[in-house]
Design a protein around this ligand. Structure first.
Ligand code: ZN
Length: 172
């Protein structure tokens, strides 16, 4: 009796050990799959034409840092960094700051230069603010928000901001 009980305990221990190893392997595989999927999405986001219907549901599978990479990568190939814009970057802003004489403010234009317009810059930041930063492989336990693109109403209120003025001053 004592012998078999000990053997049962042993096998239970071994089973647990095996289980945790299998679970560990599964976790590693899951992480790799999530990373691969995120990478595939990032590659698609570097294309000039991104389908909004495909794009929005996939945003929950990438992280804020991926989107920041996309912004930089698109600008390198002279494409507007807002993923839903296919404009080429023809205007090159070389300066880092713009001092507005209108309201005596200093603007950092180093990020704005990656976009064809202030509108795209705002739309990209609007998306960036919604991006998740949690580990990809834990997203299935998370409530994924419904991602929104900048509403049309804010597109129609075209207020020309100071950075637009900066671009104009340099190139016209
Ligand atoms: Zn654009």
């Amino acid at each position: 009796m004592t012998m078999s009980a000990t053997r049962r305990q042993m096998s239970e221990k071994q089973r647990l050990k095996k289980m945790s190893k299998a679970q560990l392997q599964l976790a590693v595989i899951k992480k790799q799959q999530c990373d691969a999927k995120a990478l595939a999405i990032v590659v698609q986001l570097l294309e000039p034409h991104v389908d909004p219907d495909w794009f929005l549901p996939n945003l929950g599978l990438i992280s804020k840092s991926h989107m920041e990479d996309v912004i930089e990568e698109r600008a390198i190939v002279k494409l507007c960094s807002y993923v839903l814009c296919s404009n080429q970057l023809t205007v090159v802003i070389r300066q880092k700051y713009h001092i507005s004489t209108r309201n005596n403010k200093v603007y950092d234009v180093s990020k704005r230069k990656n976009f064809c317009s202030s509108l795209c810059y705002r739309a990209a930041n609007y998306l960036l603010e919604q991006m998740l930063e949690s580990p990809l492989w834990m997203r299935d336990k998370e409530d994924i928000p419904v991602f929104q693109i900048l509403p049309l109403s804010s597109k129609s209120t075209q207020c020309r901001d100071e950075i637009d003025v900066a671009a104009k001053e340099i190139f016209l």
